[in-house]
Design a protein around this ligand. Structure first.
Ligand code: MN
Length: 424
């Protein structure tokens, strides 16, 4: 089935700024609270939120096999379970409804009143109920930087790294939507040269510039997903800030990996941009040497050219952009990560989320964490209004952005923001 929603010629009758992340070719999915305090599934065009529950109730999805209440829910999990064919039909239909050449809704002010909301009148909620969350470690530059800092510059990558998409199971209960404030976590840390740990607020709170993908029900327990099919099970992507307390992490992570240094909070952007919308921005992933084992060998272009940005905004001050990276730097692709995740028979469900791992590029201005940008605190990052940062201070807001662009369209993710408040 053709993705007619992606037609770059298409224009919407809703006004959209030329530099908007959300032209009619995007049609992401999210969940929001209306000013009448009703939770609904929606999409976004320009600065308008569109209530899909109301659209469906008023008959605009006629002919598409959808249950009556599919959009009148507080998560997207059931819609995601419906599978790729349904996602595509719904996106194509939404594009038609809001196409400038279609007068059906455009000329119906009564329907428009209950379907279309100004973005400032709604509140975005967490779009999915995340059953399981896995975070990978798939940027070679990031793995090399951290290996150089903490172990041995000569052998920065551990022997498994070029063969296995390394990952760990994270905590899903503390995944929060953009805009949610976070208190500085407390925990055990050990001072340099000390022999005993102490307890207190983390001194080294950091962000990790990541993206994450959301899956549909992919396999039954015991079955593996072949790499050629993996893409079918990926619904879409969000921006992902995998907040990290480096001092807690450093003390606790041996030998079982990250724990409380990560699980205090992770922030996602509210709109899930579908893989269909990202289709025009496919690019090859980095050449893999040595060739991975057969089950991880992929064909075609499996990465995406997504510009990434991280900024720090101290309270009452202008933001400083501290990193410009790109999703295409990822060494292991999403289909390799998903295939690897299920190769032992582990089942993946609708609403599961997989983080890419910190996405660092090849140059120091493209590193995806303060740990790398300040090189473990040895090279403070200068802020535009004076002052410097090694890590994140109290009342700093971290703002992440992601977008794709070519000569004709721009598809973006909006912002993923979070503020670190003083410890509780
Ligand atoms: Mn991470």
């Amino acid at each position: 089935m053709k993705i007619t929603a992606n037609n770059p010629e298409r224009k919407s009758w809703l006004p959209v700024d030329s530099n908007s992340d959300f032209p009619i070719q995007n049609i992401p999915f999210g969940v929001f609270l209306t000013k009448e305090y009703i939770t609904t599934i929606g999409t976004r065009i320009g600065n308008y939120a569109i209530d899909l529950g109301a659209l469906h109730q008023l008959g605009y999805f006629k002919g598409i096999p959808l249950t009556e209440d599919i959009f009148m829910q507080d998560t997207l999990n059931d819609f995601i379970s419906d599978g790729r064919k349904t996602w595509r039909l719904v996106r194509n239909r939404i594009a038609d409804i809001f196409d400038v050449n279609n007068s059906e809704l455009q000329n119906n002010s009564k329907d428009k009143e209950v379907i279309i909301f100004n973005l400032k009148d709604i509140e975005m909620l967490l779009p999915i109920s995340i059953g399981d969350y896995t975070d990978f470690f798939s940027s070679k530059e990031h793995a090399t930087n951290t290996g150089t800092m903490f172990r041995d510059p000569e052998n920065a990558l551990l022997p498994n790294w070029l063969h296995v998409p390394v990952g760990y199971h994270g905590r899903s209960s503390s995944i929060i939507v953009s805009g949610t404030e976070i208190h500085r976590p407390k925990g055990q840390t050990i001072a340099p040269n000390a022999t005993q740990p102490t307890f207190g607020p983390s001194k080294l709170v950091d962000f990790e510039l990541e993206m994450a993908f959301i899956t549909t029900d992919a396999n039954h327990l015991g079955d593996a997903i072949p790499i050629d099919e993996a893409e079918e099970y990926i619904f879409g992507m969000v921006l992902f800030n995998d907040w990290s307390a480096r001092d807690i992490q450093k003390w606790e992570y041996v030998p079982l990996g990250p724990f409380l240094g990560k699980s205090f909070a992770s922030t996602i952007s509210p709109w899930i941009v579908t893989m269909d919308a990202l289709e025009p921005f496919r690019v090859p992933s980095p050449k893999q040497e040595p060739t991975p084992l057969t089950y991880l060998q992929q064909k075609g272009d499996n990465s995406y050219d997504i510009h990434l940005q991280a900024a720090i905004k101290p309270e009452g001050k202008k933001e400083t952009i501290v990193s410009n990276s790109n999703f295409k730097y990822m060494y292991w692709t999403m289909i390799q990560q998903l295939t690897h995740h299920t190769v032992n028979g582990c089942n993946v469900l609708s609403g599961d989320m997989m983080g890419s791992g910190t996405i660092s590029g090849p140059t120091p201005d493209s590193y995806g964490s303060m740990l790398e940008l300040s090189w473990r605190g040895t090279k403070p990052v200068q802020l535009v209004e004076g002052g410097e940062r090694k890590f994140i201070n109290d009342n700093d807001e971290v703002i992440m952005r992601a977008y794709c662009t070519n000569n004709t369209i721009r598809i973006g993710f909006g912002e993923c923001t979070g503020k670190i408040l003083p410890t509780k």
